[in-house]
Design a protein around this ligand. Structure first.
Ligand SMILES: [Zn+2]
Ligand SMILES: [Zn+2]
Length: 445
């Protein structure tokens, strides 16, 4: 059950499991599993989100107009951060990143695939938007301790058939790191190899970032920097490597503050999470620097497995094009057994604006962005038809919610989601965060 341990088989009694070594190591080294549920678990799932937002609204949003007012007009984040979807490692929490500071992508194991227009539009569109449109200055890739994705990568038996629809394919992005670790640390126990691999996989992602032409160009000009990082929630440490710049100091001091003010003070929250995660929610939110759901909904470490991409879009099931998001959904539903999938749109979403602005038939201006936002095309058609006379900005606002509905429908195309919905173990919830008005809406489907 715990993310640290093993992934379940896709189907009982079919193909030979390819991740035997994980299972074996679990049996040999039993760890405490199943941390106690977070205190909010007694509350209704939607009520919990509303209460979290109200707390944020009254204690943060209303009290810091100097922070939130300028953000209503736009975002100019300095960082783009890649972090794992793991419910314990939200960088807004662990590094104290403030609204507006970091455009954030979260996926399984914080992996950045190499430039590939057909396979990786999700990550590609986010990098392109952050670098070319927002002009971020620093790209930070952050690995973490006990990463289930890294464990899955190291456990993979290359010759065995796949047990998953997506997971193996996605984590294999880190294969060059795995080869290096198995060669250079062959005699080291499995768990220690995992720890080393967590950092080496970050290095592979950093190298992959250089395959994007717009990244390469800005690195050459010196307007962009690459930083690797690793958050160890077992020992309470954060390390960052190369280059040593002010931007890295900012991350380190953010972590120090979190360590002293939160991590060290709440052992009752953090101790149980060292042995595993059992998040109740899987949340899809936009990578926009102003909308981190840990902040706006007060989601605590361990509560929500979180994917962040451009416009919080969920594509329909497609094993060839969408392994990034597919692997995250599969892992959350099949391995972590989350109970609620929440898709959250937001006001002034650049991705939604791009979707509504697209001229059909015109050539693409971007390598990835158009292709990605087109996932919301059915919502665009609906809005254009039903609200044809409404001004562009108002159409955007309607589309932000309709695009969430398209994502919720798309979730139903994943067989493991469909199954969970049919047997009542899974629920779908739509949400919209309006940072101009300070409102949060939810709806069930
Ligand atoms: Zn992870
Ligand atoms: Zn957005």
């Amino acid at each position: 059950m715990s993310s640290c341990l093993c992934l379940p088989k896709k189907k009982e009694g079919t193909a030979k499991p390819s991740i035997d070594s994980t299972t074996t190591s679990v049996v040999q080294n039993p760890k405490p599993t199943q941390p106690p549920p977070p205190p909010s678990k007694g509350m209704d799932a939607i009520e919990r989100l509303k209460v979290g937002f109200q707390k944020f609204k009254t204690e943060v949003y209303d009290k810091k107009p100097e922070l939130f007012e300028p953000l209503k007009a736009g975002q100019a984040p300095k960082y783009m951060v890649f972090a794992c979807a793991d419910s314990r490692v939200c960088p807004s929490v662990t590094l104290g990143l403030q609204p507006g500071e970091a455009f954030t992508v979260r996926n399984i194991a914080a992996m950045v695939p190499p430039y590939d227009k057909t396979k990786y539009t999700g990550t590609g569109s986010a990098i392109e938007y952050a670098v070319c449109a927002l002009k971020v200055e620093v790209l930070v890739v952050i690995g973490h301790s006990c990463c289930g994705g890294i464990r899955a990568l190291l456990s993979l038996n290359d010759s065995a058939p796949h047990n998953f629809h997506f997971v193996e394919d996605w984590v294999r992005i880190g294969s060059p790191a795995k080869t290096k670790v198995q060669k250079e640390h062959a005699s080291v126990p499995f768990d220690d190899q995992c720890s080393i691999l967590e950092k080496e996989a970050v290095n592979v992602s950093l190298a992959n970032l250089k395959t994007y032409p717009f990244v390469k160009e800005r690195l050459a000009k010196g307007t962009l920097k690459l930083v690797g990082g690793h958050y160890d929630f077992v020992s309470g440490k954060f390390v960052a490597w190369e280059p040593v710049i002010d931007a890295v100091e900012r991350l380190k001091s953010g972590f120090e503050q979190f360590k002293i003010e939160v991590y060290d003070k709440k052992p009752e929250l953090f101790e149980p999470l060292k042995s595993g995660q059992t998040p109740r929610y899987m949340v899809f939110a936009c990578a926009d620097s102003r909308v981190c759901p840990s902040v706006t909904l007060g989601l605590l470490p361990g509560e929500a497995f979180t994917v962040r991409n451009i416009a919080a879009m969920v594509p329909g099931y497609d094993k060839t094009k969408y392994t990034g998001i597919g692997s995250a959904i599969e892992y959350a539903v099949c391995a972590l057994k989350v109970q609620v999938l929440v898709v959250i749109g937001h006001s002034c979403c650049g991705g939604i604006r791009a979707l509504l602005s697209l001229q059909d038939g015109a050539p693409d201006n971007f390598h990835f962005v158009e292709d990605w936002v087109k996932i919301g095309f059915p919502a665009k058609m609906k809005v254009k038809k039903e609200h044809a006379s409404v001004p562009f900005d108002d159409q955007c606002y309607i589309l932000e919610k309709e695009a969430v509905n398209v994502s919720l429908e798309n979730l139903k195309t994943y067989p493991f989601v469909k199954e969970g919905l049919a047997n009542g173990t899974l629920k779908l919830v739509g949400g919209h965060y309006n940072f101009v008005k300070g409102e949060f809406l939810t709806w069930k489907v």
